[in-house]
Design a protein around this ligand. Sequence first.
Ligand SMILES: Cc1cc2nc3c(=O)[nH]c(=O)nc-3n(C[C@H](O)[C@H](O)[C@H](O)COP(=O)(O)OP(=O)(O)OC[C@H]3O[C@@H](n4cnc5c(N)ncnc54)[C@H](O)[C@@H]3O)c2cc1C
Length: 475
Amino acid sequence: MPLSAPVPAPVRAHAVDAHYDLIILGSGSGNSIPGPELEDRSIAIVEKGSFGGTCLNVGCIPTKMYVYAADVALATEQAGRLGLDARVHGVDWQGIVSRVFAQRIDPIAAGGEAYRRGPETPNIDVYDQHAVFVGERTLRTGQGSEQKTISADQIVIAAGSRPVIPEAIAASGVRYHTNEDIMRLPELPRSLVIVGAGFIAMEFAHVFEALGTKVSIIARSSLLRPLDADLHAPFNRLAAERFTVVAGRDVIGADQDGDGISVRLDDGSSVNGEALLVATGRAPNGDQLDLDAAGIATTPDGRVEVDRFGRSTSAPGVWALGDVSSPFMLKHVANAEMRAVRHNLLHPDDLRPMPHEHVPSAVFTHPQIATVGMTEQQARAAGHDVTTKLQKYGDVAYGWAMEDTTGLVKLIADRPTGRLLGAHFMGPQASTLIQQLITVMAFDLDVREVATQQYWIHPALPEVTENALLGLDFS
Ligand SMILES: Cc1cc2nc3c(=O)[nH]c(=O)nc-3n(C[C@H](O)[C@H](O)[C@H](O)COP(=O)(O)OP(=O)(O)OC[C@H]3O[C@@H](n4cnc5c(N)ncnc54)[C@H](O)[C@@H]3O)c2cc1C
């Protein structure tokens, strides 16, 4: 049975081995599209790598499993301030790698693929070769060594993104790592040079330093540049206490010798380490799909161009979601886009827009960071009459319990309306604490009432949020 979305007459410039109702290119967020509502449709899933995509295999989930170990190690080393004599006596790196991958991630990826290939989803075929478009809604891919050309009434491109490698490093020929392999190193390196200053760089810097590696970071400007200025400055100060930070420099080359890697900078200096991690941003994978062959337009920054419902702006019957097309490279956004596209495939007369309002994000470094909405600088530039509050964790009772001296909450609200414009947390449990304020923004609540019309458990950590809200001046 065809999908109900209207489909143009198929163009058959190529001999086609199989035709489907739906092809899904990429098994990250795309793999969640097939469900009970699509049981009667013929579906192909094309995945050249590990099933489950970036988040499961080399992104959000394994990194956070390492971050948790790092958090515990750091808390142990800092336990003296609580009156505890505790130390980390050793790090079983191979044990950590095995806990994350052999025991958790790899079986899930293998199980996900087996499920899609197995008898429980008889309407789904899986192809495992790199796919490219060879015509309108037609792909060349394959299974094993056998090449196939497949077409469909509808195609969802969910092909994700990949690490960008600066030319100076790529051309140098040195051995470097990215998020795709750094977590499976055979041994914990004694020292690590990280090129990059975004969230991936900061998470790995925290992980490796907490586990005992000496970390040097090379940043083109500063660390986590887009943060609100009131978090940006203290974060950079704290980072400099743990890492060797070389800020404001560009990499011009790299050399390798027996002892490791030497990264050359534009001021003539160099930074050395046993291993090199490149975390300088990610590029959407559309440029590897021969999109022109199918008339699929891209944005100037290389994303598959879609309208607000996820439809290609140029190729009927083609949809895109997640990192390959989204302005947000975040898993919760890719998942939300997937739900919108799935709905739109099934209900073409009742299209749902991609949900791009109040998108939060977290950086699982140390201190942890979470933000939603505008920075103060953005709110003022947008012309809002703002009231702001900077609240220290250390001013509430649970902050005393933790002996926290660096945690901060920054709130920005619209003075005339009482609406929250932005919330920024830096400190323990930031990614959990912020959820209340995501709710405030999603449901358009008046923060004057949010502060006073509910109980705040005493003496729990959310009292830091309560105090921040109460500190906003609406007079
Ligand atoms: C280190 C790291 C940490 C992260 N941490 C977080 C976090 O904490 N929170 C968060 O929200 N986000 C995080 N992200 C971002 C998040 O992982 C991505 O936004 C999300 O996984 C994107 O999902 P997707 O479905 O768009 O793409 P993917 O999950 O990347 O899926 C795309 C799939 O398509 C396949 N593919 C691509 N091209 C082809 C082709 N031509 N033929 C066949 N198959 C193809 C790929 O192999 C891949 O499996 C992190 C990312 C990284 C790298």
